[in-house]
Ligand binder design. Structure first.
Ligand code: SF4
Length: 442
């Protein structure tokens, strides 16, 4: 009611809620923020702004297409609502590399863009580290990277190195790493003067909270680093910090967090990083730069940050895989992205071009959609008819997933087609297709 009293009470619905009271309830539950009401008065913003701000502040790094949004998280577990801003990956480059080595490394990092289930995934940062200890060398490396890298910048060095490099690339709004107990006044002043976010690096929970409180009085564009000394300790600190931020609204931990991996073997490093993706890093600074190491990490990140209330779906339509002909088989599956892309990959692997009919199941997988009545005989029959797929082929057969063999009889009856029960798992498609359609093998 205290929030409601501050709202305009016109029930105009511009915020997406049916009434101001409903909006106040949503705000009280952390599901809405005052900036969603375009009619809120300045007085209301002042009174309610801090109290209803997201428990983890939004911090933006980079500009234009390279901008990365960190934080703005409202829940501890993604099934409570969703996580909003996926953990950004920062790949390290040392300023000790020669000019040619640096160019090769930047080119390699720029290539870290991958496709998964129809979506483009990539790293978000290049992290230039002042391993040389030389401020001039660091500045030169930062300028070289800024000129060629396709991603946002993270600059890691001591105060002197940062003072040399930050002004040269301030227009790109890099993330500055790090303000520590020893240098924070200098580094925070540098960040403030150049309008760049800054990492505040402490040593464990209590020390970091005290340092963040001091810095936040001066500047609030903060990312927290607990000063990693061991993966388990870092994980524990990030879990406790997120709990305190969400459950207790403890402001010193109400900022995005960064974790730097310690493992040196790339496979172990990816496992360490996967832990931080799950709980609760907003950025991970790491060394691995091979696609085959990063793809599983990116797939894991995608799964954690997918909205659990919105299944990943592909468009419900007929897909032509390879150089199809009127003889090509017709596979039927759901429009759940993981199902569709698994089937697509195996049809390609079978070397027998085919049609895939993706039935609209609201993104549900085969058995879930079957249980919900969305992947049963009637909707499949209607989909096949509405897409006109049988007009494109010279046969009358369709292949359904083995998991829904039970619908074969009914589907045969109402469609008049020859319904073939295919393998249960997509991985069985190549062997199935080769046995069934050997004459179509390309
Ligand atoms: Fe009320 Fe503001 Fe929502 Fe309009 S936009 S219904 S005034 S809370």
């Amino acid at each position: 009611m205290d929030i409601f009293k501050q709202l305009p009470k016109t029930n105009c619905k511009d915020c997406g809620s049916p009434t101001c009271l409903a909006f106040a309830m949503a705000m009280a539950n952390g599901k809405a923020s005052l900036d969603m009401c375009p009619h809120a008065t300045e007085a209301a913003k002042e009174t309610l702004g801090a109290a209803t701000a997201p428990p983890v502040k939004t911090v933006k790094v980079g500009v234009g297409e390279q901008e990365v949004v960190l934080g703005d998280e409202t829940v501890l577990f993604r099934h409570d609502k969703t996580f909003y801003h996926p953990t950004a990956l920062a790949i390290q480059i040392s300023d000790t590399l020669s000019g040619a080595e640096l160019d090769a490394k930047i080119a390699k990092i720029n290539e870290l863009v991958l496709e998964r289930v129809g979506q483009t995934v990539a790293v978000e940062f290049v992290a230039i580290t002042n391993c040389s200890g030389d401020a001039a060398k660091f500045k030169a490396a930062v300028e070289a990277v800024a000129a060629k890298a396709n991603f946002a910048l993270l600059l890691a060095g001591n105060a002197a190195a940062l003072e040399a490099a930050v002004p040269a690339v301030a227009a790109k709004k890099p993330l500055i790493h790090a303000a520590t107990a020893e240098n924070w006044e200098k580094v925070v002043a540098l960040a403030k003067a150049n309008n760049c976010p800054v990492v505040v690096k402490g040593n464990g929970l209590d020390d970091t909270a005290a340092l963040v409180e001091k810095v936040a009085k001066e500047y609030k564009e903060i990312v927290i680093d607990f000063g990693n000394t061991a993966p388990a300790k870092t994980l524990g600190e990030m879990v406790n910090a997120r709990r305190l931020a969400i459950k207790k609204k403890f402001r010193p931990f109400g900022y995005p967090m960064i974790a730097c991996t310690l493992a040196t073997d790339p496979k172990e490093e990816v496992i360490e990083a996967a832990t931080y993706v799950a709980k609760y890093a907003s950025i991970i600074c790491m060394k691995a730069d091979e696609k085959h190491h990063l793809l599983p990490l990116m797939a894991w990140r995608m799964n954690i940050y997918t909205d659990p209330q919105k299944p990943m779906a592909v468009e419900a339509k007929v897909y032509e895989i390879g150089e199809v002909t009127p003889d090509s088989p017709v596979y039927v599956c759901t429009n759940f992205a993981l199902t569709y892309f698994a089937v697509e990959g195996e049809v390609v692997g079978s070397k027998i071009p085919g049609y895939i009919v993706a039935v609209d199941t609201d993104g549900a997988s085969v058995l879930t959609a079957w249980a919900a009545g969305k992947f049963v005989a009637e909707p499949i029959n209607e989909t096949i008819k509405s897409f006109g797929i049988m007009d494109k082929v010279n046969h009358k057969s369709i292949v359904i997933p083995g998991y829904v063999a039970i619908i074969m009889g009914k589907l045969t009856e109402i469609s008049g087609l020859d319904v073939i029960v295919g393998p249960q798992e997509a991985v069985g498609i190549p062997a199935f297709a080769k046995a069934r359609y050997p004459q179509l093998l390309k």
